[in-house]
Design a protein around this ligand. Sequence first.
Ligand SMILES: Nc1nc2c(ncn2[C@@H]2O[C@H](COP(=O)(O)OP(=O)(O)O)[C@@H](O)[C@H]2O)c(=O)[nH]1
Ligand SMILES: [Mg+2]
Length: 275
Amino acid sequence: MEPSWIVVAGAALVPLGFVAAYLRARRRRGAQVAPRPAAPPVDRLREAILGVVEEPTPSARPWVVLVTGVNGVGKTTTIGKLAARHAAAGRSVLLVAGDTFRAAAIDQLAVWAARTGAELVRQAPGANPSAVVFDGMKAALARAIDVVLIDTAGRLHTRTNLMDELRKVQRVIAREVPGAPHETLLVLDATTGQNAIAQARTFSEALGVTGIILTKLDGTARGGVAIAIREQTGIPIRYLGVGEGTEDLRPFDAHQFVLALLEPDVPAAARAQFA
Ligand SMILES: Nc1nc2c(ncn2[C@@H]2O[C@H](COP(=O)(O)OP(=O)(O)O)[C@@H](O)[C@H]2O)c(=O)[nH]1
Ligand SMILES: [Mg+2]
């Protein structure tokens, strides 16, 4: 996929010894202009570093996705983009305004609901997030919704009470829809570097995060943070955010990511060999 290739081509963080070994081996092989059928080692790298992650297809109804992360990382925006993707795939979508701290946060989600044709469950600002989520689960079941995307507040991730609240939300979801949440996603701002890695640790320890969405890779961010996160937390990257628009979300393609990391100047024709 061309755009994510371009986005990650600036990645430079190569922390693993065998990546260096791979590069040394390539150098020893001399001045090969285009990579020959080197797919096997690249495949191994991809699996070792990043895991093979398919874009998850909802396999239950409702498919419930809890979206977490600190303030400003792009949770609400990402939910809007995800809603658009699911709607385009013909799925009915319900957004749940679980970030009740600010009226603006609820309104922002309402705008995305209108834009994507999703339904919305909201309460007044200041409402108990668990109560909103409870309403959301009931509505999803009653309306036979395919996909539920739950927005949450992201203040002060270092304070345990936010984690307590999110755990409570997880329990409410599980009580109303057995097996849910099917995904607990963590949104991280790629421009925050080490901070993002710290957030990944905090949230995954508290909530059992099942996937990461790395946002703001359209700026000066270096995609290499994805490798550090994967290496240090073991959590798969699901999507990359590459802008503020509805279309600016890419499923994470570990294969192309690794290729871009190792071979940023590989010509397009040579790249096709790896597809
Ligand atoms: N450039 C860029 N901006 C983004 C991206 N994702 C979100 N944003 C912007 O980041 C800001 C915070 O996003 P928001 O969704 O409100 O974050 P939240 O507090 O986590 O819900 C907004 O101005 C978004 O438009 C992205 O992938 N790229
Ligand atoms: Mg928000």
